[in-house]
Design a protein around this ligand. Structure first.
Ligand code: NDP
Length: 422
């Protein structure tokens, strides 16, 4: 290990930068870039070994009609086409009457895992006999959530095989995501297991499965809305249904189908200060519930109506965690007019459905590239160094070429600059 990194966590961001510059040869410009973006506020306290703040663009998707309520949706993403596709998809779904969203349940599950269990029934019986006492221990470990109307709900055991047993606790976490309060409760239960049952526990932690925090979005589109000509519209609807079916049959396609859904979901989750890794893990585990990885949404054509449904595990929070620390989150909650965690869950799953609809429609009609072309050309222009003033003109010129590359973009940018200099 390089001695320069010893006690690195005790250094100030400036000292860390100086060490990195010296050991890794960062240029003056690179150092300035890192320093300029460094935050003087809370960010250095949020993570270990803070260096700078890596920014991502935030935009808003519009046209969302969910449960007859209009939403403007903050989205944080680096992918050029995501917000345009979400807004476009949402507009078409609003024309069809809007998205209906529901929340089935909102509970968090956690596990105390025991190893080297010889007789599962002995643990199962003990937990069943002491369940009220264990729930009370969990309540006492975080009494404030009980005062808020939530708290521990159920406790049960599962035999995981190979001598492992999971004691599962479910908690009503109210408006929080609940990871920390859950972990506190689980550790209190683990202490009781060790002291009274005299069985050592392997670990105690929440589960990110989120399968007790499910939200569903549905929409029904009159087929005639999908194209000017009714036969064309019916063909589009049929092709969307088939594309969705392929994601049920083929996991190779399902991964891409779900990635498109998560393009929108992650962007909102991030804007709302929630843990997007938790939501990603939960979504992909949910996609493989029956043993095969499948598309999370489904589209069906019946009686000239194309109906789409998406269910997602969304164990998110509107208080606690990073929601308090990241200054933009409160503003984003205000932009989206979010009043409860259930409302945020419904909005996120609706965004996933609109994103999915936009992607599938583009995919089975004009192809994904055509819709993305302008954004891609803009990205290409920026990647070769076009300024904010030069980018629109260069983007226009690139769109006239069939498959422009970096060399052509650079050449065109030089021509624009030469003309400006004349
Ligand atoms: P916090 O630890 O911030 O807990 C939520 C806080 O919000 C509580 O302290 C609670 O106060 C307060 N609160 C205020 N109003 C309410 C309300 N109406 N309902 C519920 N709580 C309220 O956050 P979480 O426990 O939610 O944990 C989320 C964080 O944990 C995330 O940052 C996540 O990244 C991280 N994490 C995730 C893990 C994972 O996903 N595997 C593992 C560990 C951490 P009071 O105490 O007074 O009740």
């Amino acid at each position: 290990m390089n001695a320069a990194f010893s006690q690195f966590y005790k250094r100030t961001p400036e000292q860390r930068l100086a060490i990195l510059a010296k050991t890794l040869g960062l240029s003056e410009t690179e150092q300035q870039e890192l320093q300029q973006r460094a935050d003087q506020g809370d960010a250095p306290l949020l993570i270990e070994n803070y260096l700078t703040t890596y920014q991502l663009p935030e935009g808003v998707a519009v046209n969302f009609l969910v449960n007859q309520h209009e939403y403007v949706v903050p989205m944080v993403t680096e992918e050029p086409s995501v917000i345009a596709a979400a807004s476009n998809g949402a507009k078409q779904l609003a024309q069809a009457g809007g998205i209906t969203a529901t929340v089935r349940s909102r509970l968090l599950t956690g596990q105390v895992v025991l190893s080297d269990v010889r007789v599962y029934a002995s643990i199962d019986d003990w937990v069943a006999l002491h369940q009220n006492e264990l729930l009370e221990v969990a309540r006492q470990a975080h009494p404030s959530i009980v005062k808020r109307g939530g708290g521990p709900q159920t406790i049960r055991t599962r035999d995981l095989g190979e001598g492992f047993v999971s004691i599962d606790l479910t908690v009503d976490v109210q408006s929080a995501m609940g990871a920390n309060m859950m972990n506190t409760m689980l550790e209190a239960i683990a202490d009781v297991i060790q002291n009274k049952l005299h069985h050592t526990t392997l670990f105690s932690i929440l589960s990110n499965a989120g399968d007790q925090s499910l939200a569903t979005a549905t929409v029904s589109i009159p087929v005639g809305q999908l194209a000017n000509d009714f036969d064309d519209a019916k063909r589009v609807a049929k092709r969307i249904e088939q594309a969705s079916r392929i994601a049920q049959l083929d996991s190779m396609r399902a991964v891409t189908h779900n990635k498109g859904i998560m393009n929108g979901v992650d962007a909102v989750v991030l804007a709302m200060g929630n843990d997007w890794r938790a939501i990603e893990s939960a979504a992909h585990a949910f996609a493989v519930t029956d043993g095969q990885y499948r598309g999370l949404s489904q589209w069906h054509l019946t009686d000239n109506q194309l109906t789409g449904t998406l269910t997602l595990p969304l164990p998110i929070g509107v208080v606690g965690g990073a929601t308090k620390v990241l200054p933009l989150v409160a503003i984003n909650q205000k932009i989206a007019q979010i009043k409860s965690p259930e409302e945020l869950m419904m909005l996120i799953v609706a965004v996933g459905l609109a994103q999915n609809f936009a992607a599938l429609k583009a995919l089975v009609t004009s192809g994904i590239q055509q819709g993305h072309m302008k954004m891609q050309m803009r990205s290409l222009a920026m990647s070769v160094g076009a300024t904010a003033v030069e980018t629109p003109a260069l983007t226009q010129q690139l769109m006239k070429l069939s498959d422009p590359n970096e060399a052509q973009a650079t050449q065109l940018l030089n021509q624009i600059r030469e003309k400006q200099g004349e």
